[in-house]
Design a protein around this ligand. Sequence first.
Ligand code: ZN
Length: 374
Amino acid sequence: MILNNVRMTLTGQMVSIRVKDGKIAQILLQPFQDESDVTLNFNNEIVFPGLINSHDHLDFNLYPPLAGRTFRNYTEWGVYIHIKYEDIIKSVLQVPEALRIQWGIYKNLLCGVTTVVNHGKKISVSDDLLTVFQDCQSIHSVHFEKRWRLALNNPLKSNSPAVIHSGEGIDDAASKEIDQLISWNLFERPIIAIHGVAMNEDQAKKFKALVWCPESNYFLLDKTAPVDVLRNHLPLLFGTDSTLTGDWNIWNHIRKAKQTGLLSGAELYDSLTVTPSTTWGLNAGTIEENKDADMVLSKAGSFFTTDPQDILLVMHKGNISLFDEELYQQLGGANAVGYSKIRIGNSSKFVRGDLPALIEKIKQYYPEAGFPVS
Ligand SMILES: [Zn+2]
């Protein structure tokens, strides 16, 4: 497949891209003229690497945000919501887990995410629509996982990074919890911390990376991690967490992050692309020859103003997972077999698989479920 005349987000350069065998095979400065290959002609729309969402709980995305106030730390929040929102939690859990996970995958895809790191037990899902990254050991947290010390020091897991919620709070307990984690990392395993709101510079030096989830942090704690100083000590990755603590749309998280001014636009962009690709060991995150063809085309005009309705195309390893109705003719109607049509904002998209049927099924178990698409 060929994508002619797209504009690289970072450099503003107009390029044409040939995709073959799931990889970016060739990038030229002028359009390809090759009638033997399926060709999509664009007119200056921007292209960027598929987003890498480094933290989500795929099975938690049918929840509405639950809090109603702010907290000192995640333990306080966890206890509170299980009492206050017991009924909602029960209703969501009526939905079979496989359906909840499938919706979590679509939530990410609709925003142009092509890799999502799922936190929790290993799940069996196909990587058809996007990559669900699970090559790491999820440990919930010091307070919510009883055997965290054993899990962290399990010699059978020593080759993969441990990923753990850490320092999710504004009080002393949250900071001490990070020290506890560091002192119990007996074999100096690479640890990727999630949140790190209470993390200081000395603590940061002990971690392989930090997943920054500003939307979730502000929602729960009205404060986020001091990434403006932590960035000097460790790589920063961006994560959404689930809809339990924030909006379904990652672009709203990204704009909120930008408004904080804690990172530059370029650093924020890197935290969604090249940095997580390196940290998780992916062959993605940049638009270069021989990289996986994970790409997003947007008609928003710029990366930071993009919203799901602006997305023209999401390509995952060379396959189209989502395309806008505007491309229907160019792709030829026959290519829409296996896709379903949905409405999002003021646009219509075709997504691979049967999303309307999934929504129907979920509503049979949980009629109050809200979806951003129809
Ligand atoms: Zn989380």
